[in-house]
Design a protein. Structure first.
Length: 430
């Protein structure tokens, strides 16, 4: 991923240095187990650990000749550690190292992304409680529907990211497996206890059955969860973008003192961060289909998945992390305009109370169809002629024979729309 959309914590995980270091950790752990089992001489693991220093350029130079990354890595290690390093990789196959190491990188990334989600939850909770009873317009199809509070909008996002957190925990668990089973996964030339030792040493679980590779449905699940998280990021970003439109302007991304919005128009304050998140979400989701297609490999293995994962492994994780951190900053520093929210609530002059007028008429004995038609007719008139629905309804003798003036006045009130806000908040913020 390009530096513009990367954070060092994640790029370090997906660096060549870290990858080869994990490969070395896997090989050393396997050697330790083989020593205990008496399969290789004592001291191999300690010598390799002490003498080996990862040299990325050296490994790449060897690979350019041998055309095999694991062989290049092992050759580089042997050159540093000496003759005892020849006992490394006994009975193992390349995928034992590659897949176990790839899973470790996924787990490392996932744990940081979990922390990112925790920060979003913290900010959303704070902002939701702050705006628990800040009235704003609820919209369906982009059209004014009925009132709600801005706190409820944010609480909805909070609950969604709570689900995302749980999903990610499950996805991390799904890829936390280790396979040291040799060619085609039969343990023909390696003791299964080596796998157990490596798994325990590196904080993984034993893969119950590998076919020389760890099954890719595990990884497809992980990347699918990143895709869902990206969808949630975009959902929040789009809401911010819509609410910052000039005609709405109920909130705004923080705009720093020296920030410029447009090279041509000095007045512009654009929601560029949220727009950026929409784009980044697309990038993360683009990894999902290739990950799903990686599930079906030829027989016990092929390497059609390899080139895919070399791309989507770092890119999807790094981008998700960056997007979550950016979203946290947007939510923490956004500027909310409660007065504008009230202004927008009143823009349709009471049309947003049409449902309760209709319901009250049905309670009085009129059919739903008749009540709907009557209220809809007056709503259209109000919208076309810029009239107040309360005034128009008040002048209708039939309606006023069914609804008392006191009741009609209570219908045109925001308060009742917020009577269950506390109930909803108790459900979410237990």
């Amino acid at each position: 991923m390009i530096k513009r959309y990367s954070r060092k914590e994640l790029t370090d995980i997906w660096s060549e240095e870290n990858k080869y270091q994990i490969w070395l950790d896997v090989e050393i752990a396997a050697a330790e187990a083989m020593e205990k089992l008496g399969q290789i001489p004592k001291g191999v693991a300690s010598v390799v650990r002490k003498k080996t220093k990862i040299n990325v350029n050296r490994i790449h130079k060897i690979e350019s000749k041998v055309k095999h990354d694991v062989i290049a890595f092992l050759t580089s290690v042997t050159a540093k550690a000496g003759i005892k390093a020849r006992y490394l990789h006994q009975g193992m196959t390349s995928s034992d190292v590659l897949d176990t190491s790839f899973n470790i990188q996924m787990v490392q990334s996932g744990k940081i992304i979990l922390k990112d989600i925790d920060q979003i939850l913290k900010v959303l909770k704070k902002q939701a409680k702050k705006h628990k009873f800040t009235p704003c317009m609820g919209r369906s199809h982009g059209i004014h529907a009925e009132p709600l509070t801005f706190g409820l909008k944010l609480a909805s996002f909070y609950e969604e990211f709570k689900r995302n957190r749980k999903r990610l925990v499950d996805a991390i668990d799904e890829v936390s497996t280790c396979a040291i089973s040799g060619a085609v996964g039969t343990f023909a030339n390696i003791n299964p206890n080596v796998e157990k030792h490596v798994a325990k040493k590196l904080g993984l679980k034993v893969e119950p059955i590998s076919t020389q590779v760890i099954p890719r449905d595990r990884h497809a699940f992980y990347f699918s969860i990143l895709g869902i998280i990206a969808g949630s990021i975009e959902r929040v970003a789009i809401e911010i973008r819509h609410l910052q439109r000039t005609e709405v302007y109920e909130l705004q991304e923080y705009f720093s003192k020296n920030q410029k919005g447009s090279s041509a128009m000095p007045h512009k304050k654009n929601p560029i961060l949220s727009e950026n998140l929409t784009g980044l979400a697309r990038m993360v989701r683009s990894a999902v289909i290739p990950a799903l297609e990686n599930i079906a490999l030829w027989h016990e293995r092929d390497i059609s998945h390899s080139s895919v994962e070399r791309n989507i492994g770092p890119d999807a994780n790094i981008t998700t992390d960056f997007a979550l951190v950016r979203l946290t900053n947007i939510l923490d520093n956004m500027i909310v305009y409660p007065k504008k929210m009230i202004e927008n609530l009143n823009i349709t002059k009471g049309l947003i109370f049409s449902q309760e007028v209709m319901l009250e008429l049905t309670k009085s004995g009129l059919s739903r169809e008749q009540s709907y038609k009557m209220v809809q007719s007056y709503s259209k008139k109000c919208f076309a002629e810029n009239l107040d629905l309360f005034d128009v309804i008040s002048s209708d003798k039939l309606i006023m024979s069914k609804i008392t003036p006191k009741k009609l006045k209570s219908i045109f009130s925001y308060a009742k729309h917020f009577k269950n806000v506390n109930l909803i908040f108790r459900r979410i913020f237990k």
